[in-house]
Design a protein around this ligand. Structure first.
Ligand code: SF4
Length: 448
């Protein structure tokens, strides 16, 4: 059969243009089973997919041509009526089919009324709600099926460096949630090790984690083979942790990595709060913490002069049950309330974090550093940072690495990674860093 000019194409040019690249232009026979609410015949393709055929009536067999397709249905137009419905009539308007205003002039008037009434019945509030609920159910079921499939392929939880499970992400499971100044985003962290003399990037890595603490060792490990005797590692406070500092000490790498409070100890930062920028109103998504009732603090308990007991805010005596405890390197005296006092105390809610399940209040009063406590690497680092050399090294770190990130972000436009998967993102990050290095070499006269 040779395709002919469509008999009727009254359902929109835009619709037929939507997926023009993918549609199959081969004419196909269609048995029309029903009439849709907008006056098109409804048929089924061989694979069971619904197809809406413009210009066809129920009970007819037509030759149709596809005009658009979507995931759940196709659209077509009638080329030729092979088997005519007894309800088909000659349209009264000569422009029917091209003007697009009327949809059912080719149907007998009585049948038109019936069809319109049926469509109106189907769109009552109840009918609409039901079909909406049905569509939602189908969508949820499809989503659940996809999730089950995904879980089958990824049966194990991702773990953080501390061994806690990480939230999975179906789009890119190697990325991670990370807080930024523009709210929480799903992404990667790009890290770079930069040399001070020439601002050349020695190592660049991208990782799917928001925790910088996990990234110091992989990067410092990568540059260790090229480290010299006098090489010093400087990093910002995000990389400061007991474990990181200890491991660097074990490797014999000298490091300057400040804690988050180093500015408060540095007189040069006195009065810095006045320069702190306020968060932009549109981006400030920080949760305002709900006012929690404040519990009695250790300072609310009065320790007796001989340290044999202490008196709680309810005036009850707490008995000493530990005199030289080592809690995180600090010496503490511990006291415990009596069941007969705490059990019926009116102030339980103010005193105990879990008044329903904790029988008595325990309190530890700290008395400075414990004699047996070994000095921590973080304490050694604090002392080091507070020296003149430590402060100078931090200033040199700013001058070395921040301009490099400024160049990559502002001049090269790398405001966010545009790829998915750690390997690709790592490649993208390394490419940008490579461009930076080439530029540095060119500007230093290497290329002349
Ligand atoms: S709960 Fe116990 S320790 Fe706390 S105020 Fe009451 S009696 Fe004192």
């Amino acid at each position: 059969m040779t395709p002919k000019k469509p008999l009727c194409d009254n359902n929109g040019l835009a619709r037929s243009l939507r997926h023009v690249a993918k549609i199959d232009q081969t004419p196909f026979p269609a048995d029309i089973l029903d009439l849709s609410h907008d006056g098109r015949g409804v048929a089924r393709r061989d694979n069971g997919k619904a197809v809406f055929v413009a210009g066809a009536l129920p009970g007819e067999k037509v030759m149709a041509k596809q005009t658009a397709r979507s995931r759940s249905f196709d659209e077509a137009t009638t080329l030729e009526v092979l088997q005519r419905s007894p309800d088909r009539v000659e349209p009264r308007c000569p422009h029917f089919g091209t003007c697009g205003g009327c949809a059912l002039q080719h149907l007998d008037e009585t049948k038109q009324i019936l069809a319109k009434q049926r469509a109106a019945d189907a769109t009552t509030a109840e009918g609409a709600l039901e079909s909406k609920a049905q569509r939602r159910l189908e969508r949820l079921q499809a989503e659940a099926a996809k999730l089950r499939e995904w879980l089958k392929e990824h049966p194990h939880d991702r773990k953080s460096a501390k061994g806690k499970p990480r939230l999975s992400n179906r789009t890119d499971n190697e990325s991670a949630k990370m807080p930024t100044d523009k709210g929480v985003i799903q992404g990667y962290t790009g890290v770079a090790a930069v040399d001070e003399a020439h601002q050349i990037i020695l190592e660049a890595q991208a990782h799917g984690t928001g925790s910088e603490q996990e990234l110091l060792l992989p990067v410092s490990g990568a540059i260790q083979p090229i480290a010299r005797e006098h090489t010093v590692v400087c990093a910002d406070s995000g990389y400061h942790s007991e474990d990181n500092l200890k491991r660097l000490e074990d490797k014999g790498l000298e490091a300057f990595i400040p804690d988050r409070l180093y500015r408060q100890r540095d007189p040069r930062y006195a009065g810095q709060e006045q320069h702190t920028a306020k968060p932009e109103a549109l981006w400030d998504k920080s949760d305002k913490p709900a006012e929690k009732p404040k519990l009695f603090q250790p300072s609310d308990f009065k320790v007796a002069a001989d340290q044999s007991h202490c008196i709680c805010p309810a005036g009850k005596r707490l008995y000493r049950n530990g005199g030289n405890c080592n809690i995180g390197g600090r010496r503490a005296i511990k006291f415990s309330g009596a069941q007969r006092d705490c059990g019926r105390c009116q102030k339980r809610a103010q005193c105990l974090r879990h008044p329903q399940r904790t029988p008595v209040r325990q309190v530890a009063i700290f008395l400075g550093k414990h004699a047996k406590a070994a000095e921590k690497a973080t304490e050694r680092m604090k002392r080091k940072i507070d020296t003149e050399r430590g402060r100078e090294m931090l200033a040199r770190r700013f001058a070395t690495v921040e301009p490099v990130f400024g160049n990559l972000r502002c001049n090269k436009g790398l405001n966010r990674f545009t790829l998915r998967g750690r390997q690709k993102v790592d490649g993208q990050w390394k490419l940008y860093c490579l461009v930076h290095n080439i530029e540095k070499l060119a500007h230093s006269g290497y290329a002349k």
